[in-house]
Design a protein around this ligand. Sequence first.
Ligand code: ZN
Length: 413
Amino acid sequence: MSVSAVCPDRNSYHRAVVLNCVRQCRAVSRTKIAELTGIRLASITELVKGLCDEGLVGEIGQTDNGARGRKRVQLGLRKDYGFAVGVEFDADHVAATVLNVAGEVVGHERRSLAFGPDGESGVAQILDIVKTLCKKMQIGLDKLVGVGLADPGLVDSAEGVSILSTTIPGWRDVPLVNLVGGALQVPAYLEENTRAKLLAEKTCGAARDADYVMYVDFGYGIGCSVSMPNGAYRGHTESAGELGHTCVVENGPICQCGSYGCLETVASLPAIARLAREAIAHGGGSQILELADGKVERITPEHVFQAGRQRDKLALAILEQTGRYLGVAIANAVNLFNPELIVFDSRMASVADLLVEPIKNVVIRQALRVATKGLRFEVSQLGEQAGALGAATFVLEKFFAVPQLSIPRFSNV
Ligand SMILES: [Zn+2]
């Protein structure tokens, strides 16, 4: 292995550094870029000229330079240079968000539908929402810098393959990046949904100022993602964070993953609805049944949440038990990862006092005191857009990535 094989070209490295300086400062002069980056002013001038010629950077105004009175030209990103699309999908929906290169949301669409159930129909739904949204925003596909895909199941992000989803039947080994990127003729990237949501929280949500963050995803499935200062923790086969498949009930209900007593079987949205149906079928009286028009089979998790807010006894008992199970699993994760901040999925916002508070109490009681010292809890404010927003942000992270030096291994030489 030659050393030059792992060294980025100096010019492309400096170009990326200057571009990121303009991106992060939003408005900055050439002189200030030289000060901040340590790159010679003459090189900055040349690099900025190249970025302006590409249409990525433009002159956006002038500022006074203090007492000397000389004005300095301010540079900024040309926001309409290109756009990133993020797509999030799960068993009951597909959603897309469009960001311009400055990271501003310019469009969003969400469709409630039965997603998939196999790769072919799922990819068709993804392509349709991307094309429809871009058409609506009058953005040509040639203006896309990439498409990010937030996947609810296990992924191989390096190969771009969606391996498995326990919430979408028939979804297995789908080469999403090739299928979507090939059809749209743009770079495509695959990221696990919970990690995409965490990226959205770190970029524009509750976790902007935190390094060690745990995001708890809650819906059809349950997962968590953990960030460190240099990015998300993925694990050897990218399956880190499968909180929903940690065992909380020995010999409990069978799980879609093939194991027994997983958290998902007793505390996910489908589990909440199932517990209510079972209790009512066994003669339990509850407002939940009235909210479902007297039909047990129509009971949804939202009926349980609604009844809980009206202090219905059965609903409160189900939510208390759910909170306890979630709390135990999260307390274990806190002991393992020691986050400074836990961000709960926005789907918990409507029942924060009934679900999040019991979880917090169990975590504080159960986890090590040293692991919970200074630990903060937040509920996501990004709403249903979080996954798609994170996937689009992931595209921008790739687009603006600075080529990194990696140290070669000499042990085999
Ligand atoms: Zn499981």
